[in-house]
Structure formats: structure tokens, C-alpha cells
Design a protein. Structure first.
Length: 254
């Protein structure tokens, strides 16, 4: 793990919602082709930090951000950046599956159509490739015209991931991607994440410490807007360096 390239570098990141400071001097480095988890109690800043990485917080009025966030050594917080290009490179999966009320095919092809891809052959190849990557194509190849809302929740979440993969991101952000799923579906999504990290860098926010321990390679514990501790998951869970981390991991706090 030591020799892997750093994909994301965050330095002295502060974020304010009006007068409220949600992130306080956060610094971390995320390695390429790993799963990095952010854990901590509700309201600690995990999802806010995740949304900084593709500038989703910009959609909230009154947000002010200072510090540096670099992806592949390019500054993300530069306001001259093209946010469409950034969000194509850094895709996001949300807590609840959010398929569009369209066919399975049109859900996966949506981003490509936005990019004005008109070739039916190109669209079909991209849809098959993306659905295959999330292990859905064999199940849905005869149902591509069906409304995506008829799928199970687990299939809907896989479909939303396929929709991201179709536009070939580098980084996948996941904000509590299993919170709406039952344990069996959660296990299947976790298995999918382990496969996807071979090609993508994944950052996941989770309230489920067991999930973080199972799926992540590196992990950060957040509390009251601070990144208290960050490092290899095994080390953080077995011998945390900060007492606050130990209190959270062992259930004495949070």
C-alpha cells in the first residue's frame, strides 16, 4: 500500500455554512485504487467532506471553503474549473438509489446522451459494458426497456453505479450507499466495491463501523468537523493512536 500513487490530496481544508464551521483544518491523502472510508457520529462532517471532492457543496447558498483539494495534482477548489468535467471525473452514489423514471437502458445512457453521444452502437456497447461491470447485464439484458423503478433496491443501486461507470469516472464517491439495503443486498454491494477498486478509486462515508472494517483499505475518523485520525484501516481499528478514536471504535462514545 505504501507505493501506491496519491489520487486525492486535501490540505488544511475549512468549510463554513454561513457562520457555522463544518470542517476544520482537514488534511488527508487518498491513494489510487483503494477504498477509503470516513466514519464518525452523525453531524461530524463526513458527507460534507465527501461533497467537497466534486464541489457538490457549491449548490448550497452561503458556503465558503478555504484550503486545498487536489485530484491528480490539479486544484479542485479553483473557481475557474469546469464543474461538469469535474463531476464526470468524480462521480457520486447517494444513500438511497436514485434511478430516473426511464428505462434501464436510458438510465445508463443518460450521461452519454448529455455529452451528445448519438451513435446507437456506441450507446449499446457502453450500456452493456457498464451493466456488466456491476454484474447486472445477464439479469437485465432482456429487460433494458423496462422502467428502472421496477427493479429491486439493490438492483437500483447497482444501476446508479453503472450510470456513473458509463461516463468513465476516475473516482467514485459513495455516501452511505447501503443504508437503504437489507444485509444480503449490502453484502453484494460490498463485494461489488471490492471488484470496482481494481479500476477506480473509491471514497465511502458510512455509519456502519463493521462495514468500514470489512471493505476499506484506509479509514478516517471524524468528530465535530475534525479529521481526528487517518490511516490503514486495520491499524485504526486495532490500535488507534488517538483516545477519541478508541472511544468511538469501542463504543464508549458516539
Amino acid at each position: 500500500m505504501q507505493n501506491l500513487k496519491f489520487k486525492i490530496k486535501v490540505e488544511k481544508l475549512n468549510l463554513f455554512y454561513g457562520d457555522f464551521q463544518a470542517l476544520k483544518d482537514v488534511s488527508m491523502e487518498v491513494k489510487e485504487n483503494l477504498i477509503t472510508a470516513l466514519i464518525g457520529p452523525s453531524g461530524c462532517g463526513k458527507s460534507t467532506l465527501l461533497r467537497v471532492l466534486n464541489r457538490m457543496n457549491d449548490l448550497i447558498e452561503g458556503v465558503k471553503t478555504t484550503g486545498s483539494v487536489k485530484i491528480d495534482d490539479k486544484e479542485v477548489l479553483n473557481h475557474h474549473n469546469n464543474l461538469i468535467d469535474l463531476r464526470k471525473k468524480v462521480g457520486m452514489v447517494f444513500q438511497r438509489p436514485n434511478p430516473f423514471p426511464l428505462s434501464v437502458f436510458e438510465n445508463v445512457a443518460f450521461g452519454l446522451r448529455i455529452r451528445r453521444e448519438k451513435s446507437r452502437g456506441m450507446l449499446e456497447a457502453a450500456v452493456e459494458r457498464a451493466l456488466s461491470a456491476v454484474l447486472l447485464f445477464d439479469d437485465l439484458k432482456d429487460k433494458l426497456k423496462d422502467n428502472a423503478l421496477t427493479l429491486t433496491l439493490e438492483q437500483q443501486q447497482r444501476l446508479c453505479i453503472a450510470r456513473l461507470l458509463a461516463v468513465t469516472p476516475d473516482i467514485i464517491l459513495m455516501d452511505e450507499p447501503c443504508s437503504a439495503l437489507d444485509p444480503l443486498s449490502t453484502m453484494k454491494i460490498e463485494e461489488l466495491m471490492a471488484e470496482l477498486k481494481k479500476q477506480y478509486t473509491i471514497v465511502i462515508v458510512t455509519h456502519n463501523m463493521q462495514q468500514a472494517a470489512r471493505v476499506s483499505d484506509e479509514c478516517g475518523y471524524m468528530l465535530l468537523g475534525e479529521l481526528v485520525e487517518f490511516g490503514e484501516t486495520k491499524q485504526l481499528f486495532t490500535s488507534p493512536k488517538d483516545k477519541r478514536t478508541d472511544d468511538y471504535i469501542t463504543g464508549r462514545f458516539g
